[in-house]
Design a protein around this ligand. Structure first.
Ligand SMILES: Cc1cc2nc3c(=O)[nH]c(=O)nc-3n(C[C@H](O)[C@H](O)[C@H](O)COP(=O)(O)OP(=O)(O)OC[C@H]3O[C@@H](n4cnc5c(N)ncnc54)[C@H](O)[C@@H]3O)c2cc1C
Length: 467
């Protein structure tokens, strides 16, 4: 790699790219890099460094996550010719079952073509028998290998800036690259290596979350969960969002919030609303096969690039609480576009890649506001009743005008940008309906019970006792 006549750093015939991290970010970048190189008629070499073997079960083969692939990502992938095979898809999610203290209601997917799927990032939870489960990350990495990427199963332990490239160092080798891509997720040790070669880089801020897997018979999951993801908006300290996601013969519990500990998670699992999702008498501790406390990004990184280096996915800019894989797709593709169409200098990334990261930052700021409002609602029994009443009515009445349901659907799935969700929330029609329902609730405290009857909605245990 040399500077061309105009002193511009560009990729050309024979250029070498080192991608650190073979999660979705690294794979999406590599996939688009090969596509662009082929369109430009140049041959490039890509080495992907990845320590995990995604054919392993449990933590050794897993990039810990809820495993929901949003409908917007499913659509974007299929437009790029990436159709997830059935061995990767654990279940198609067709509805959300919303649990509040006041009761439970089902929000169906709003359009026929909306397709959300649940996947395992590795080859299933710890203890999974050799099975037909194919890892989502493993599938993407295999696609890149088929396009020509070399997968190097070594940990990158250091990197050095050289006048004519960047050297990546592992326990076994030293290799020099024209461009290095950091797709290392939130791994603090590897992010430190990138801080060394990208002096202005500020890594993302993180908090601890919780994931656990429950093994049940497929028939039991079909009966108790079906193709519905259960979402909990309960008044529980530290927890912003809890979800149970059915996958084959497992159910994945995800808790998002701030610094979630085992005690907080146990408290959540002991709630009657949560326990009632499982068959009566199920000992959750006994069927729990795998659990972890992975970090999640709550504030995106800054200046994630310099000459010949760019960071993508969680290491750069993610989507607050939702659709992190979608953000890895967006940033991976944008970085590849910049590298091939503009150049690989810090200036090129600042001009063409940074705006994409800034777009995600702005959307996350709106997301923070939405989660703030959601916390206020979560803590107010009165507002939750109103919300519940509106959703139940919308689902019962059918038709296409389901503003509140569609807003919640997009908030849970992460399918739409937070800006779009906010725009919908301030739609005068919805605001007017909200006020009308507040008035109804004020004058008729039993309203919910009437409107909830007969439409796949159930009342809380307390309310049942009241009747
Ligand atoms: C509790 C929780 C639930 C989530 N649920 C969802 C969800 O349902 N849907 C969704 O879209 N997103 C979800 N996310 C977010 C999603 O997991 C991330 O946004 C996504 O994995 C980011 O992809 P990535 O490729 O940037 O990083 P990662 O997936 O973290 O991949 C980084 C890779 O780099 C490798 N690596 C790191 N350091 C080195 C090194 N030194 N040498 C070699 N390899 C290295 C790692 O082994 C890893 O494979 C969730 C996150 C959490 C914490």
């Amino acid at each position: 790699m040399q500077k061309d006549n105009k002193n511009k750093l560009i990729l050309k015939e024979g250029s070498k790219i080192g991608v650190v991290g073979g999660g979705p970010g690294g794979s999406f970048f590599s996939f688009f890099a090969f596509t662009l190189a082929s369109r430009m008629g140049i041959n490039i070499e890509i080495d992907i460094f990845e320590t995990k073997n995604f054919t392993n079960t449990g933590p050794a083969g897993c990039n810990h996550c809820g495993g929901i692939v949003s409908e917007s990502l499913v659509q974007m992938l299929s437009a790029d010719g990436i159709v997830l095979p059935k061995q990767v898809i654990r279940r198609g999610i067709e509805s959300y079952t919303l649990h509040l203290e006041h009761g439970t209601t089902v929000i169906d997917k709003l359009l026929r073509e909306q397709r959300i799927v649940s996947v395992f990032r590795g080859s299933g939870p710890l203890g999974t028998a050799v099975s037909s489960i194919q890892s989502f990350d493993g599938y993407l990495l295999e696609l890149c290998e088929k396009k020509g990427a070399k997968i190097i199963n070594e940990r990158v332990t250091d990197a050095e800036n050289e006048p004519d490239g960047i050297t990546l160092i592992t326990g076994k080798s030293k290799r020099k690259y024209d461009l290095v891509v950091g797709a290392v997720g939130l791994n603090p040790r590897t992010l430190k290596i990138f801080q060394k070669i990208v002096p202005l880089y500020i890594p993302p801020k993180t908090t601890k979350t919780y994931i656990s897997e429950y093994y049940l018979k497929t028939e039991t999951i079909n009966k108790f969960f079906g193709n519905s993801m259960h979402v909990f908006l309960l008044k529980t300290p530290h927890i912003e969002f809890g979800a149970l996601i059915p996958k084959g013969n497992y159910v994945t519990l995800v808790l998002l919030g701030t610094e979630i500990t085992k005690e907080i998670a146990d408290g959540f699992l002991s709630l009657e609303t949560v326990r009632s999702c499982f068959p009566e008498g199920t000992e959750l501790k006994e069927i729990n096969s795998c659990l972890c406390f992975p970090s999640i990004s709550i504030k995106n990184a800054k200046n994630a690039y310099s000459d010949r280096v760019v960071l993508i996915g969680d290491s750069s800019s993610s989507k607050l609480y939702k659709n992190g894989i979608g953000a890895a797709y967006i940033t991976g593709k944008a970085a590849a576009n910049t590298a091939f169409l503009d150049g690989i200098s810090g200036k090129d990334f600042k001009k063409s890649y940074q705006p994409v990261c800034s777009g995600l930052d702005i959307d996350n700021a709106v997301g923070k506001f939405i989660f703030h409002v959601s916390t206020i609602i979560q803590n107010s029994s009165f507002l939750k009743k109103v919300l519940f009443q509106m959703v139940v009515k919308e689902q019962k009445n059918g038709g296409s005008k389901k503003e509140m349901s569609s807003m919640l659907w997009d908030t849970f799935t992460g399918s739409a940008p937070y800006k779009k969700i906010l725009r919908r929330a301030i739609n005068p029609f919805l605001v007017a309906r909200l006020f009308w329902n507040i008035i109804l609730q004020l004058i008729s405290p039993t309203n919910i019970r009437k409107s909830g009857a007969g439409h796949r909605s159930s009342l809380s245990l307390d309310e049942k006792k009241d009747q």
